[in-house]
Design a protein around this ligand. Structure first.
Ligand SMILES: [Zn+2]
Ligand SMILES: [Zn+2]
Length: 380
C-alpha cells in the first residue's frame, strides 16, 4: 500500500482551517468524486473514500487533536478499528443538505450521542412494474411516534408544569469522562431522568402521558428512479420516530420497494426475459409478431424461418433503464416455444397428416436424425 496521504492535503485545507472550512471543502470534494457522478470509475471511488476518512477525523475535535499530535502513527492503531476505514454510504442529496453530519458524528462513540436518536422505521411498499421503466412520484401514509402536538414535545400539560431536574441541574446533559491513553475523552450523554430536557414533569400531558411523543399519521412523498429493483431501500432522513429525548434528532424512514411482477416478463437486472409460444408453421416458415411494450412502442419480434423451440432472439436496448445510467437500457430476450394445438377439427387433423407424410419424404431416417442431433449438441 502506498503511504497514507496527509488528511489536510486530502481535504485541501490548511492545518489551522476552521470546522466550517473543513466542512465546505469536504462537501465540494465529495460532490466531485461521488460515485453517482463517476459511475464505474474506481479512481474516483478511492478518492471518495479517502476524502471521507479524512473528514471523519478532521471533523471530530478529539480525533483531530490526536491526529495533529501523532499523524497517522497514533498509538493504539487505526481509530476505525483493525480493518481501517471502510467508507460510508452518503447519498448525493445528503451533500446538499447537512445529511452527512449525523453519519460522521456516529463514528467515535457518538459525540452528539446517537443513542438519543429516534428509531428508524422500515415500511414495504409495492409499485407497479411500469415504475421500473418510467420511475414514479409516489407517496405513502405512515403512522409513527412524532413530537406530540398538544405539548409541543415537552411532555407537560401546561407551560411551567415542570421543575428543574436534580440529576443534571437542568442542563439536560451529563458528561462522562474516561481516559484513553494520554487523552481525556469526554462523552456527552442526554440525562436519562429528564430525557435531556433538563426538566421533570409534575403534570404530564394527557395526550402523550409525558412522553412528549404521540402517534401521528403523515403522508410521505418520494421519488422512485427508473431501473428500481425489488428490495431497493429509499432513505428518508428524519422521517422516522421522534427521539425520546427533547434534544435528540428523529430517526430515518426506510421505504423498501417491491416491484410488482410483469404479466409476461421476468427480470434479470435491466434485462427482460420472455417466452413466446408459437405454432409449428410459425416456427418453420418464420413470422413477425408485434406486442405492446413497456416503452409504449410496439415490440417487434422477428422469428426467422427454420426456428426451433428453445432458441432465443435478443432485442438490444429495449429492456429496462440501468439504474445508474439512465440513458442506457438492457435487452429483451425472447425464448421460442412450440405450442401444439390441443384441439383440432377433423379438417385440420387431415391437413397435418398430409404435412407429416410430406415432411417424412424430406427428412432423413430417424436413427440418422438422432445421431445428427447428438453431434450438434456435443458441438462436433
Ligand atoms: Zn404531549
Ligand atoms: Zn436531567
Amino acid at each position: 500500500m502506498a503511504s497514507k496521504r496527509d488528511y489536510y492535503v486530502i481535504l485541501e485545507v490548511d492545518k489551522d482551517a476552521s470546522e466550517d472550512q473543513i466542512k465546505q471543502s469536504f462537501r465540494s470534494l465529495a460532490r466531485k468524486y461521488h460515485p453517482d457522478k463517476n459511475p464505474n470509475d474506481s479512481e474516483a471511488e478511492t478518492k471518495f473514500k479517502e476524502i471521507q476518512e479524512a473528514y471523519a477525523i478532521l471533523s471530530n475535535p478529539e480525533e483531530r487533536r490526536k491526529y495533529d499530535v501523532f499523524g497517522h502513527e497514533r498509538p493504539g492503531g487505526s481509530p476505525f478499528g483493525s480493518r481501517g476505514f471502510q467508507g460510508v454510504d452518503i447519498s448525493f442529496d445528503d451533500l446538499f443538505g447537512g445529511g452527512f453530519d449525523s453519519i460522521f458524528s456516529q463514528f467515535f462513540g457518538g459525540q452528539q450521542g446517537d443513542r438519543t436518536r429516534g428509531s428508524d422505521l422500515l415500511v414495504r411498499h409495492s409499485v407497479p412494474f411500469q415504475a421500473s421503466m418510467d420511475g414514479l412520484e409516489d407517496e405513502i401514509e405512515i403512522e409513527a411516534l412524532k413530537c406530540c402536538d398538544s405539548c409541543n414535545g415537552s411532555g407537560s400539560a401546561k407551560d411551567g408544569g415542570s421543575r428543574q431536574c436534580p440529576s443534571c441541574d437542568g442542563r439536560g446533559r451529563i458528561d462522562e469522562i474516561s481516559m484513553i491513553g494520554p487523552f481525556r475523552q469526554r462523552v456527552r450523554k442526554d440525562c436519562a431522568p429528564c430525557r435531556g430536557s433538563g426538566r421533570l414533569i409534575s403534570d404530564p400531558c394527557p395526550d402523550c402521558g409525558g412522553d412528549g411523543r404521540a402517534l401521528q399519521t403523515n403522508r410521505v412523498k418520494f421519488s422512485i428512479m427508473p431501473g428500481i429493483t425489488s428490495g431497493n431501500r429509499l432513505r428518508m432522513r428524519g422521517q422516522g420516530e421522534a427521539s425520546t429525548s427533547l434534544n435528540g434528532s428523529p430517526g430515518d424512514l426506510f421505504i423498501e420497494i417491491d416491484v410488482e411482477p410483469h404479466p409476461w416478463f421476468e427480470r434479470d437486472g435491466s434485462d427482460l426475459l420472455m417466452a413466446l409460444p408459437l405454432n409449428f408453421a410459425d416456427l418453420t416458415l418464420g413470422t413477425t409478431i408485434e406486442i405492446p411494450h413497456i416503452d409504449s412502442d410496439a415490440l417487434r419480434i422477428t422469428v426467422p424461418p427454420g426456428s426451433n423451440p428453445g432458441e432465443t432472439i435478443s432485442i438490444p436496448g429495449r429492456g429496462l433503464p440501468y439504474s445508474n445510467r439512465r440513458a442506457r437500457r438492457g435487452s429483451v430476450t425472447v425464448v421460442l416455444r412450440l405450442q401444439s394445438p390441443n384441439k383440432h377439427s377433423r379438417k385440420l387433423k387431415k391437413k397435418i397428416e398430409e404435412i407429416r407424410v410430406e415432411l417424412e419424404n424430406h427428412t432423413p431416417p430417424v436413427e440418422e436424425r438422432i445421431r445428427d442431433e447428438a453431434k450438434s449438441r456435443r458441438g462436433l
